[in-house]
Design a protein around this ligand. Structure first.
Ligand SMILES: [Zn+2]
Ligand SMILES: [Zn+2]
Length: 413
């Protein structure tokens, strides 16, 4: 980012935080939380800050103009103290769903990574690997894009997560909040006395449940005289939790499954038996639980299908965020330094219709001329822009800031 681009973004962020109409909603018990700020020019993280009132914080934001604002999920006796002297009182249960962790077909088009080891520099497209396949390095420079499709898949994962939290864990809509992260995903927060004091291990158990990790499918019990043969003895699903999810998942999958879908699920030899008896299988096996009643579709097939469907039904959350009981998470109502979009809360019931490219737009006025090196087509505030390649264009402030923050454009001199 050039100095003039940075100054431009800084000035706009400054205007945003100084504007009396900007509202930063206060998290509960603000005074018990640690706040952290990433500073624009210095690129350093200020941590261990505490604010008793949201109005004080707002004043501070107007003066310090950070590129990113974070607050702890945890509550502390003394949030300003060093980490081991804070006096941990508990933490909200927090989930982060980010397109970075979801395999989408478009990531191969708009996402790139380069190994940060200067002697290596190996690069690729799509999801960034954990380690570099050439040198084993763990640091990468990445180029990603908050694309519509990626955000739509993140939304689907969020919907699955919320469904589990509601139906399997019994959290009420009142205890859950859902947010657009301001970049490539969604956050779900659960505030409830029962979760507050869970340690990292207990939170890991919740993560495992959400992923369906360590799930074993039990066989049915042979009742009375009915002699169940084959599949029903070694494979059965009851009607709650993951078992129910698998049952519904199998139903959905089988309804539209093609030969190719079955091959993806690891079923090749038996695909004709499955496809040729679809209706019978759905009724007798899935609906009535007589898993062994269709010839050619046995335990092996059901286990493979269940394993595949489990993956479809699990929610792809970021494990680390949920298990870290001291985590700082972006603060609601503040700007994301990589996009200039706001983190925004919206009602759970609006998840399906929520449009991040409309509701998270912070800058609604003005325009600026920028030189765009490379940008895919994108949507913002109901307008469509791009694609651009090495082109000077005048763009509305929000679109220009998005491109500059994503490293795709600079303010034109
Ligand atoms: Zn490397
Ligand atoms: Zn995408």
């Amino acid at each position: 980012m050039t100095v003039s681009s940075r100054d431009f973004v800084y000035e706009k962020f400054s205007d945003f935080y100084s504007d009396p109409s900007t509202v930063i909603p206060s998290p509960s018990l603000l005074g018990q939380r640690e706040l952290g700020f990433l500073l624009f020019k210095e690129r350093i993280m200020l941590r261990h800050k505490v604010f008793a009132r949201i109005s004080n914080l707002k004043l501070f934001l107007g003066e310090a103009v950070p590129s990113d604002v974070y607050r702890s999920c945890a509550y502390y006796e003394n949030p300003a103290a060093e980490m081991d002297k804070k006096g941990w009182l508990g933490a909200d249960l927090v989930f982060d769903i980010d397109a970075d962790h979801i395999p989408t077909s478009c990531s191969k088009i708009h996402d790139e990574w380069t190994c940060a080891n200067s002697e290596c520099g190996f690069s690729g497209k799509g999801i960034t690997p954990e380690t570099c396949p050439i040198c084993g390095g763990r640091k990468f420079d990445t180029k990603t894009w908050p694309c519509d499709l990626c955000l739509e898949s993140a939304k689907n994962e969020t919907a699955k997560l919320i469904d589990m939290l509601e139906k399997d864990f019994g959290f009420s809509a009142k205890e859950m909040s859902v947010f657009f992260s301001g970049h490539r995903g969604y956050h779900v927060h659960v505030e409830n006395e029962a979760v507050k004091t869970l340690d990292a291990m207990a939170r890991k158990e919740i993560v495992d449940y959400v992923f369906g990790l360590g799930l074993t499918i039990s066989g049915g019990t042979a009742k009375g005289k009915s002699r169940r043969r084959g599949a029903s003895r070694d494979f059965s699903l009851h009607d709650f939790g993951w078992n129910k999810r698998l049952k519904l998942g199998l139903q959905n999958f089988l309804l539209t499954a093609t030969k190719e879908d079955l091959a993806n699920a690891g079923i090749k030899g038996k695909s004709a038996a499955v496809l040729g008896n679809k209706e019978l299988i759905l009724k007798r096996c899935v609906e009535e639980g007589r898993w062994g009643s269709v010839k050619g579709v046995g335990v092996g097939t059901w286990k493979k299908l269940a394993e595949y469907v489990k993956d479809l039904e699990s929610a792809k959350i970021d494990t680390v965020v949920t298990t870290d009981t001291h985590r700082l998470i972006r603060m609601n109502g503040t700007l994301h330094g990589k996009t200039g979009l706001k983190k925004v809360e919206f009602p759970l019931s609006n998840l399906k219709d929520f449009d991040p490219f409309k509701e998270a737009v912070a800058f609604k006025e003005g325009a600026v001329k920028v030189f765009v090196s490379d940008a895919p087509e994108f949507r913002l505030s109901g307008n469509v822009f791009g694609p651009y390649k090495r082109k000077t264009v005048e763009l509305p402030t929000a679109a220009a800031i998005l491109l500059i923050c994503k490293g795709r454009a600079e303010v034109a001199s």
